[in-house]
Structures are given as structure tokens and as C-alpha cells.
Design a protein around this ligand. Structure first.
Ligand code: TXA
Ligand code: MG
Length: 353
């Protein structure tokens, strides 16, 4: 056990003294969790293989799952990647700083320990004052996976990080709830036609508006088998999974979906199970039994994305055993929401016709 320092920090105007302390810890090879606009990250010096090993230990993360390097100015990119294709330059101009991660050919200074042995490296320039100031204070690119124990939903508040990693890391900066709530979009720009590896708040539609047609890793939409492993190694693990058995209930007719969920809940309650329902503002009042949590307004996918991981953790906290969840259309940010929901559900989907 190490003593984990918990420091509250202003999300817009981070206190210099706290940032300096975090920077010192990172320079000395320690681990600092900090907020970004997507989820909380667990940072270490990204050019120091030994420091990064501690990330894998603290999270219980498989060593073949590569980390994202976080930078706080665009120029830092050229120090860690071999070339920046023209399409990547366009995406940088459009979306950095922001929730978009890109995969490039790595330079030698980037250790293989953080790339899972790949010759490529993932890079992101986060749009959050705390994240940016911490990276600047450390003076190096910061490797930062989501600050959760491997397999748990990503943390969207400091209390989630504390719950998972207290005693295992040096410091947690509490900058309040994260705005996006889902991990960054990942796109591989090292290929001729860029490939979307993980959907996020920068949507496929937004990217195609800037650089034209892109491909989607098929593993994003449906369960991958051994012949079709996802290109982002992390996407192959059962991620985002709460302890509860999550089951999605999908159908064109929302009223029919609600009716089916109510029947399923009733039956499970009869069997003595603790049941939860993941609903929306438009539907939540229709459910009588079970613990109902609303993701938010169906017309507002940003709001729904921001609440998803928080609610999955809440169900665990409440000891819920089965969660039935409504679904959303797989367009815009809905693609990211459905991708995380399907993974949380282990691809169990009941179709209502
Ligand atoms: O929003 C985010 O991206 C957050 C915040 C903290 O920035 N970070 C995050 O990191 O989600 P992590 O480690 O939880 O997810 C990184 C994903 C994994 O699925 C990993 O396999 C993939 O990125 N990845 C990293 N480097 C890669 C590479 N060279 N090629 C393919 N996939 C890569
Ligand atoms: Mg993660």
C-alpha cells in the first residue's frame, strides 16, 4: 500500500502548487490520476518504461494492451511520431485539443513497453485545463489509460478512481465530473484509408466531413471472433462491465420494448433477484418495479454518454444483479453509446419485434 494523495483542483483554473506537485511525482516515475474531458486518466511518464510498468500493475492491465500518449501542444507530436499524414493534419486542425486519439508510426524514443510491442503509437491532445497543465508540468508526454481497475467501467469522477485505485497510486487530482463521460474516439491514420477503432464523441460523421470516407473496424458494431480481432487490442477485453448481468432490449417500437422490459423485470423479481433498469427521461416513468436510472434525454446523446459509466457503477454499488437497458440508434454519438452498452452486456441483446 502507498499513501494516495487526494487533492481537489479547480477544473478551469488549476492551482499552480497542486499542479507542480503532480508534475514532480510524474518526473520521479510516479502515478497521478487526473481528469480529462472524456474520463479520468492514470498518468505516468510516457517515455519511461519502468514508470509505465507501474500503470499496468496498478490497473491489473494485460501488458499487450497499449497506452495512449497525451501531449499538451501540437508540436510535441513530431517528437514522438515518424510522420503525420495529411489527413491526420486535417483532423488535428479540426478536433485538437479534444476527444480524438490518432495512431501513428512511432519514433524510437517511444518504448515498446507502452505500445504493446507495436511499431505504432496512439496520441491524444486532451481539452482539459488540468490535464494540459499536468502534462506541461511533467515536461514529457504522459501515458494515460482510463484510471479504473482493468475491466471496470471507466471513471468519470475522482470518487470512482479512489474506489478502484486507492493505495495503489501516488496522487488523484479531483477536478469534478468529466464532461464527455466516454473514452476518446480512436482512429488509425497510419493506413491509406483511416480506420475507426473506437467510437467516441468525435463521431464518424464529423470525421468524414473533414477527410472523406473512412473504414470502421467491424469489431465496433458486433462481437468479434478469433478470425476478426479488434485492431485496438483493448477493445477485445470485456470492458465497461459492471458486476451485474447487463441485457439490452432492442426494437423499433419503444412502447413494445418497455412492455418487454417490464415483463422481464417482473419475472426476475419473482425469482428474488435485485433488478435495475437503464431508461431514458422519455421512458423512465413507465417502469414501476426495480431500480430505474435514466441516462437522460433521448434527443441528447451527449447527456446520455456522460451518464452511462456513472450509472453502471451505481448499479454495482446498489448490489443490482440484473440490468435491463434500452438502446439507442447507432448514429452520431449513439455509435459510441451502443458500443459501450454492448460490451457491458457481453453482446446479450433481446430483440423485440
Ligand atoms: O479518452 C481516453 O482516450 C482516455 C483518457 C484518459 O484520455 N484514455 C483511454 O485509454 O481510454 P485506455 O488505455 O483505457 O484505452 C486505450 C485504447 C485501448 O483500447 C488500446 O488497445 C488502444 O487504445 N490503443 C493504444 N495504442 C494503440 C495502438 N498502437 N494501436 C491500436 N490500438 C491502440
Ligand atoms: Mg480503459
Amino acid at each position: 500500500m502507498i499513501k494516495t494523495i487526494l487533492a481537489t483542483v479547480d477544473a478551469q483554473m488549476p492551482q499552480k502548487q497542486i499542479i507542480e506537485q503532480a508534475g514532480q511525482i510524474l518526473k520521479q516515475g510516479g502515478l497521478v490520476a487526473f481528469p480529462t474531458e472524456t474520463v479520468y486518466g492514470l498518468g505516468a511518464n510516457g517515455l519511461d518504461a519502468d514508470a509505465c510498468k507501474k500503470i499496468y500493475q496498478a490497473k491489473g492491465r494485460p501488458s499487450d494492451n497499449p497506452l495512449i500518449l497525451h501531449i499538451a501542444k501540437k508540436q510535441s507530436l513530431y517528437e514522438i511520431v515518424k510522420q503525420v499524414p495529411q489527413k491526420a493534419e486535417k483532423l488535428i486542425d479540426a478536433f485538437w485539443p479534444g476527444p480524438l486519439t490518432m495512431i501513428f508510426q512511432k519514433k524510437d524514443c517511444v518504448p515498446y513497453e507502452i505500445t504493446g510491442g507495436f511499431d505504432t503509437v496512439a496520441v491524444r491532445f486532451p481539452a482539459h485545463a488540468v490535464a494540459q497543465n499536468v502534462i506541461e508540468a511533467a515536461g514529457v508526454p504522459i501515458a494515460a489509460p482510463s484510471a479504473n481497475v482493468s475491466g471496470k467501467p471507466s471513471p468519470t469522477r475522482a470518487s470512482h478512481v479512489l474506489f478502484d485505485l486507492n493505495g495503489k497510486i501516488d496522487m488523484i487530482l479531483d477536478g469534478g465530473s468529466t464532461q464527455v463521460g466516454l473514452e476518446s474516439t480512436i482512429i488509425d491514420v497510419s493506413e491509406q484509408i483511416p480506420v475507426l477503432l473506437r467510437p467516441g464523441a468525435v463521431t464518424k460523421e464529423m470525421i468524414e466531413e473533414v477527410i472523406g470516407k473512412i473504414e470502421i473496424d467491424p469489431a465496433i458494431l458486433s462481437q468479434s471472433d478469433e478470425n476478426c480481432l479488434p485492431k485496438a487490442p483493448g477493445m477485445k477485453y470485456t470492458h465497461y462491465a459492471p458486476k451485474a448481468n447487463v441485457i439490452l432490449v432492442q426494437g423499433q417500437d419503444l412502447a413494445a420494448v418497455q412492455k418487454r422490459i417490464k415483463e422481464l423485470v417482473k419475472e426476475d423479481l419473482r425469482l428474488g433477484k435485485e433488478v435495475g433498469i437503464l431508461a431514458t427521461d422519455q421512458t423512465k416513468s413507465a417502469y414501476g418495479d426495480g431500480i430505474v436510472l435514466s441516462l437522460g434525454n433521448r434527443e441528447n446523446p451527449q447527456e446520455m454518454g456522460a451518464n452511462l459509466f456513472k450509472h453502471l457503477r451505481k448499479f454495482d454499488f446498489l448490489g443490482i444483479e440484473v440490468v435491463y437497458s434500452e438502446t439507442v440508434a447507432e448514429t452520431g454519438e449513439g455509435m459510441a453509446i451502443m458500443n459501450r452498452l454492448k460490451k457491458a452486456a457481453g453482446y446479450q441483446i433481446i430483440q423485440v419485434v
